[in-house]
Design a protein around this ligand. Structure first.
Ligand code: GSH
Length: 278
C-alpha cells in the first residue's frame, strides 16, 4: 500500500511524494517519484538518485532541478530517503551517523541492525514496489546516480548488480568509505570491526576484487571542502584505470559540495544516462 503524500503537475509530468510501510526497515518510508509526460503514453526508463548525509527525499526534489531534463528525455526519477526514521530507530550524536546517514548497507550490529537495512530497501523492496505501482516504469531500462554518501550507494549498488543498470554516475561520491573518516565511523558501527566485511560496500574495494561496470561518470567540485579527506577521487581513478573501466571524471572549478553544484550538472548526467539507455 502506497500513500500519496503530495502530487503536483510539473513540466507536463507528475511530481509525487509517496509513503509506505517498509518491510526492509520496519518503518514508514517516504520517497519521491517524478513521472515525465511520456509515462502517460508508454513506458519510461527509471533513474534512481541516492542522496547524501543529512538528506531526505526532499533535498534533491526541491533543489536538484532535474524535472525539465527528465520531461524532455522521458525519464522517471526516484529519490528515496537516506535512513529509517521514527520512534525506536537507533541514533547517535552527529550528523554523519544514524538518522540521515544509513550508508546504503544492511547493518549487522546492534542496535543498528533492527532497522538500518537500506541496502535491501534500495536494491529490492523499493524497485519492486514502484514497478508494481507504476506500470509505466520500464524496469529493464534503469540508471542510478547519487551524491556523496549517495554516490557511494550508487556506485556500490551498480557494481554489485551487473546488468541491472545501463548507466551509473555520481556527484562528489565517497569512493573508498573504508579508508575515510565518514565511512570508517559508519561501517564500524553498522557492519562491525571486521574490515573484510566492509569491502562489499566500498566501490574501490569492489573494483579491486573484480566487480565491473562498463563506464562510470563522476562530477566533483574542485572547491568541495570534503574532497581530500572524505571523497578522494584519485582512489577510483587508480582502481578504474587498473580494471579497464571507462571513467569520465570532471573536476569542476569553483564548485562546492552543495545542491548549487549538483543542480548545475544533473541535467548533463541525465543526458549521458539517456544516451546509454538507448
Ligand atoms: N550538515 C553538514 C553538511 C552535510 C552535507 O553537506 N550534506 C550534503 C550531503 S553529504 C547535503 O546534501 N546536505 C543537504 C543539502 O545541502 O540540502 C555540515 O553542517 O557541515
Amino acid at each position: 500500500m502506497v500513500e500519496v503524500v503530495s502530487e503536483a503537475r510539473s513540466h507536463g509530468g507528475r511530481q509525487l511524494v509517496l509513503r509506505h510501510d517498509s518491510r526492509a526497515t520496519g518503518t514508514p518510508m517516504t520517497f519521491s517519484l517524478f513521472l515525465p509526460p511520456q509515462a502517460e503514453q508508454g513506458r519510461v526508463p527509471l533513474v534512481t538518485y541516492l542522496s547524501g548525509l543529512t538528506c531526505t527525499h526532499a533535498n534533491v526534489t526541491d533543489k536538484g532541478e532535474y524535472r525539465a531534463a527528465c520531461a524532455e528525455l522521458g525519464l522517471a526519477f526516484l529519490a528515496p530517503d537516506t535512513s529509517p526514521r521514527g520512534d525506536g530507530v537507533a541514533d547517535e550524536e552527529g550528523w554523519d551517523i544514524g538518522l540521515g546517514a544509513g550508508f546504503y548497507v544492511d547493518a549487522t550490529e546492534a542496535p543498528w541492525s533492527a532497522h538500518y537495512r537500506m541496502w535491501s530497501y534500495v536494491t529490492e523492496e523499493l524497485p519492486a514496489l514502484v514497478a508494481a505501482e507504476y506500470a509505466a516504469l520500464d524496469m529493464s531500462a534503469q540508471a542510478i546516480t547519487g551524491h556523496s554518501m549517495g554516490g557511494h550507494g550508487a556506485l556500490t549498488v551498480a557494481l554489485r548488480h551487473p546488468g541491472r543498470f545501463h548507466a551509473v554516475s555520481a556527484f562528489a561520491p565517497i569512493v573508498a568509505p573504508s579508508e575515510v573518516p565518514w565511512g570508517e565511523k559508519a561501517f564500524s558501527r553498522y557492519l562491525g570491526p571486521d574490515r573484510a566485511a566492509w569491502r562489499a560496500h566500498d566501490a574501490v574495494a569492489l573494483i579491486e576484487d573484480g566487480a565491473r561496470v562498463p563506464a562510470i561518470r563522476i562530477d566533483i567540485g574542485a572547491a568541495d571542502p570534503f574532497l581530500e579527506r572524505e571523497l578522494r577521487p584519485e582512489r577510483i581513478e587508480a582502481a578504474a584505470a587498473d580494471a579497464g573501466i571507462e571513467l569520465i571524471l570532471e573536476r569542476r572549478s569553483g564548485y562546492d559540495h552543495s545542491y548549487f553544484f549538483i543542480s548545475t550538472f544533473l541535467a548533463e548526467h541525465l543526458r549521458w544516462m539517456k544516451s546509454r539507455l538507448g
